[in-house]
Design a protein around this ligand. Structure first.
Ligand code: NI
Length: 470
């Protein structure tokens, strides 16, 4: 008696009270459905783990059997949703029986069961893996999986989107990797839709893989169990759960994999010796043209992150940038600090600017660079939604501050290496003065000047970024 406080017992009593009422209601429903008076109900309960009891309820009548094995923790926040779910499943079954009453009257049996397994995902994280089987005439068997994951210490259920990263770029990535490991080709849009209601998806993780259990109709007609090796999924697990769910051995494997990936990337970059020069805040009435001439002279391609307000002011210059084969990219409407404005404004700065730039130049921007490099998770989502990549930089020439061509040239060249993304602004005279010198010097060093979209491929980063360059 000393293990539980008085209110715990009151709570337990209350739960049983509610269950008794629920059971009573169903017994009436069952009797109506099965037209039988001979319903027997047996309830058993056994301790199966510290603090966990398994409750087995068996019902038997002339036309059906039902076995419900449901764990019981004496933790309200976990027990109540599980009971509620189990009750709904049973209700579904009775409705199914009702719909097939004629079959049942011919003496065909119906069966219902909920089986539960308990898995310790870590010391504190426990998962109940439940499976429902319904069959009314044997041929119409229906199986469904559901998981309830909780933290034993905090007594709280853990939704899947606390375990996996939530941004749109991650959902797209998860959809892709799910499809890659599915036995049949699935519709990516359908998977993404399912991932919106992460909580409804059953899942599991062990030492080597992360598994999704989709139910019939979720992503295909049948049950789809999709195993994804952790080496391909760790990237999507949130920091909060990474250490809890990934053991040391796997972590070592992942670190080795990352190191190997980085080594290969540097090898590729060194072989190609590409560099991406980028110009922000334009187009400008006179300096953009001077820079275009210099780029032309050195047969160099660059990327221009334009403000759509300036594109409206200088449409001819924006078009010339496009005509010379440079990448037309997006740098917002008005150079707003996207961490400081509200979400509605931030969305406009990301998406509306892209539309204006496309209207004027005929080219839909693929790359977005937030002013000051400032962005939020929502800004990242807006970028992904409009199919743009988030592009930052690895070399800041600080040209807006230096206002000195020699200094700008030094800042650009001193730290340049294969795969660098160099940040400049085509609105300063001193920057336009420095560009031919920078191009000459880097060309002598054997660099090829490419757009950020071209460089992205060699960098091997995630499609939507954020991409910093080497
Ligand atoms: Ni800027």
């Amino acid at each position: 008696m000393k293990y539980f406080k008085w209110y715990t017992w009151v709570g337990i009593g209350l739960v049983f009270f509610i269950l008794t009422i629920a059971l009573g209601k169903f017994t009436i429903l069952v009797k109506e459905v099965a037209h039988t008076e001979s319903l027997s109900v047996i309830v058993n309960s056994e301790q199966i783990d510290t603090g966990i009891r398994m409750e087995t309820e068996t019902k038997e009548s002339d036309s059906f059997t039902s076995v419900k094995r449901v764990p019981f923790l004496q933790m309200k926040e976990i027990d109540v949703p599980i009971r509620k779910w189990a009750t709904e499943q049973e209700k579904d079954f009775y409705q199914e029986m009702e719909a097939n009453e004629t079959l049942l009257n011919k003496g065909i049996d119906a069966h219902f069961s909920i089986e539960s397994e308990i898995r310790n995902l870590s010391d504190d994280i426990i998962q109940f893996q439940m499976s429902v089987t319904q069959s009314v005439d044997g041929e119409h068997e229906y199986k469904l999986n559901k998981t309830f994951t909780f933290n034993r210490k905090t007594a709280k259920l853990i939704p899947l989107d606390h375990v996996t990263k939530n941004g749109k770029q991650y959902k797209k990535g998860i959809a892709k990797v799910i499809n890659k490991h599915s036995k049949e080709e699935l519709d990516n849009e359908l998977i993404k839709e399912r991932l919106q209601s992460m909580d409804a998806i059953a899942w599991d993780v062990d030492e080597t893989s992360f598994t999704f259990h989709f139910n019939p109709g979720d992503v295909s007609q049948k049950n789809e169990k999709i195993n994804i090796p952790l080496s391909e999924f760790y990237h999507y697990i949130t920091d909060d759960y990474y250490d809890l769910l990934i053991n040391e051995e796997m972590e070592q494997q992942i670190n080795d994999l990352e190191a190997e990936k980085e080594r290969k990337k540097q090898e590729t970059l060194a072989a190609k010796k590409q560099i991406a020069i980028t110009f922000d805040d334009g187009p400008h009435g006179s300096e953009t043209d001077r820079i275009l001439n210099a780029l032309d002279q050195y047969d160099a391609k660059a990327t221009f992150f334009m403000l759509s307000n300036n594109v409206k002011t200088y449409p001819g210059i924006a078009k010339r940038v496009a005509e010379q084969g440079h990448e037309i990219a997006n740098h917002s409407i008005s150079h707003a600090n996207l961490k400081a404005v509200n979400n509605e404004q931030a969305e406009k700065e990301v998406k509306d600017s892209a539309k204006v730039i496309e209207d004027v130049t005929g080219i839909k921007p693929k790359s977005f660079r937030p002013p000051y490099g400032n962005y939020t998770d929502d800004v990242m989502d807006f970028t992904v939604e409009s199919n743009q990549s988030m592009i930052l930089w690895s070399i800041d020439t600080a040209d807006w501050e230096a206002k000195n061509a020699k200094q700008i040239q030094y800042n650009a060249v001193a730290n340049a290496r294969p795969g660098s993304i160099i940040l400049m602004h085509d609105i300063h005279k001193t920057t336009a003065d420095a560009v031919p010198k920078i191009l000459k010097q880097l060309k002598q060093q054997g660099y090829e000047f490419v757009t950020v979209s071209e460089l992205q491929e060699s960098l091997g980063d995630d499609e939507y970024g954020p991409i910093y360059g080497n």
